[in-house]
Design a protein around this ligand. Sequence first.
Ligand SMILES: C[S@@+](CC[C@H](N)C(=O)[O-])C[C@H]1O[C@@H](n2cnc3c(N)ncnc32)[C@H](O)[C@@H]1O
Length: 679
Amino acid sequence: MLKILEGLDTSKTLVSSEFAPPEGINPLGLHLLSHPTRGRGVFAPHPIPAGTLLEEAPVLLLSKEEWESGGMNDTVLGSYGFCWSNGGMALGLGLASLFNHSSRPNVNFIRNTAASSIRFITSRRVEADEELCICYSADETKLWFIPAEDDSQSLAGLALNGIESSEEESPLLPIVKIAVDDLVEEDREQKAKRKEREKRLELARLKDKEREHDLKDKMNKRIKAYQKTEKRREEEEEALALALDLEAVPEIKAPKPLRLASSSLSLRETETRSQTPASTSSSSTPTYEVNYPTLPEGMITSLPAPLHSAGHKSKNKRRSREHTAELTPDLDWNEEDWEGVQGKLKEEEGGWGEVVRVKGPAEREYDGDDDDLMEVWALEFTDPKMTRVALNFSKEISFSDERLRHLKRVCRRNENGQEICRIALCPLSDFPIEEIQTLMTSFSPLLSDLTPIPYKVPSSGARTQEQLRRKHHIWPISFSPGPVVPPSSASWPVSRKAWVSAGVRRVLALALQAKKNGEIPVATYCTSQPAIFWPNADGFIPPTTNLRADSFDTRLSESHPLRHATLNCVASIAHLRTVPPFTDVPPTRNGADYLLTSLTLFISHEPCVMCAMALLHSRVREVFYVFPRQNGGGFEVDGGGFGIHARRDLNHRFEVWRWDGPVEEHVREELEIQEDLQL
Ligand SMILES: C[S@@+](CC[C@H](N)C(=O)[O-])C[C@H]1O[C@@H](n2cnc3c(N)ncnc32)[C@H](O)[C@@H]1O
């Protein structure tokens, strides 16, 4: 080491191994020598014990302002200033400014602000020829130079470094240098942060791309499905020659009445008992029976062999045919009794009651004359180029929403000489405005300039021209012509109300009987409507007349979980269809072969979903029940039920009516059942 020190006179520097007491300015005779990398530095000419005051150097003080306004950091002095109080700087005189830096210093420096001096004291024993170093900063990254290795330091003094603890021990760091270093540091940090941010952005971009891809994929699928549905719907509408243009709304022809010509079907009055050999009914009430014509051969063979028909080769055929049908008595109702009778009179006598229609989800779409409006989010613009992206977005967020099914998505109106386009997006309650705006922006930047507005639209479609005309003024809607089913029996002929009342009385009596028998008190009664009530509607398939069955719940007596009243009833009908006289009744047309085609079912309690589905599969025509279920039955949507009878996603619909007439209190109590029981 000594060899590399320029100008070092070893004979002079290594003069003594003994400690000499300080005298005058440099009392220890410290050497100022030059180091190849560190420049000038202070060296010990002989061993110096720890705690030795090497020098008390006076300083020149400069205030923060002086230092900065003098641009000291840009001068050579910038490397020599000691940080001082109040942001000021001090320039050490004597050897003070010549101590080099070491991360393992052997000298501590202590500022004496009162005396405007700095004391330099050895922190450990220093060997002869060793460089005397102070520590400018414990954090070497803050230094403005790259520190050279401490090749002159011995490890022996490291333990003493701990004494640097006071405020006085601030390192020799020119402020601006620190500031510059801080900038460098900031640069580094910023760079790291920027890189981190870029990484995050890149990831987000990738995710966005993935999402966009997924969305596009999903959207394309949905659009295809939507287009298919739309095409079908439009075809249907076109077929009916219905244009949405108000002026062009065509007249709808009244449904054609079913022709019961003698060459096809004939009605003749007959005795109920004569058609039901095993009937226990004592009634000789005249009723109507359909006499099926002999159909041309080809027609029968073109239909699949019905389960109950002679064409079906059942193993039990012979045995079945040996037995005849055992029919339950007909209802206590006679058409003649009601001819010319005013409803009021009979009502007072307790002869009939009203029923109310139970609407399923699909029926709600075209709900009679209701003019209810619903609020949706809509996009409003005049630039036709926006239509496609807005429409795509609308399909994206509410493609198959049942609640909007009756609405056309696009509404074009000429307002004040300007063409305004509005696109319905989704029900207002689905999203708060901020969320829908975010969705719009992420769907397409083109949408970011639009603001969704709340808009009132019809809450249901139209079944009649009158409805179409009224609602179309507000927003274009779909049109499904068809009979408007009244919401209650109020407009029915009294005779029909009386017939329904007879059915209700029958099931209530049966249910009471079931209870007496120790069963769950639920009963059903299945029959065909008297022909005078048959609708004059195209497509109506006449029921198999005189086909009647009743049943009640037998889960308890049979210890069988599936013996629900409705399923038992369907099973009875199925059995009846395999025995005379029903076994030889040929089907009149496709669809007549289902078990309950065009039949009516009375049931004491709203059935469960399973039974409702069984009725749907059997193609029942209508159902009347007395007691609704509070928790998710098969019908009542408002009671948490499934509206099985009128859903678009199922392939058959039937009318469901709830009894709204009187029920004696004791009967109601007797027939109360556990709410969680499946019926
Ligand atoms: C306060 S002065 C010290 C005396 C200086 N060597 C001279 O020749 O005037 C600070 C400067 O010394 C140098 N220096 C101090 N310690 C150093 C070290 N450990 N490694 C390299 N250079 C150092 C740097 O150039 C720094 O700017």
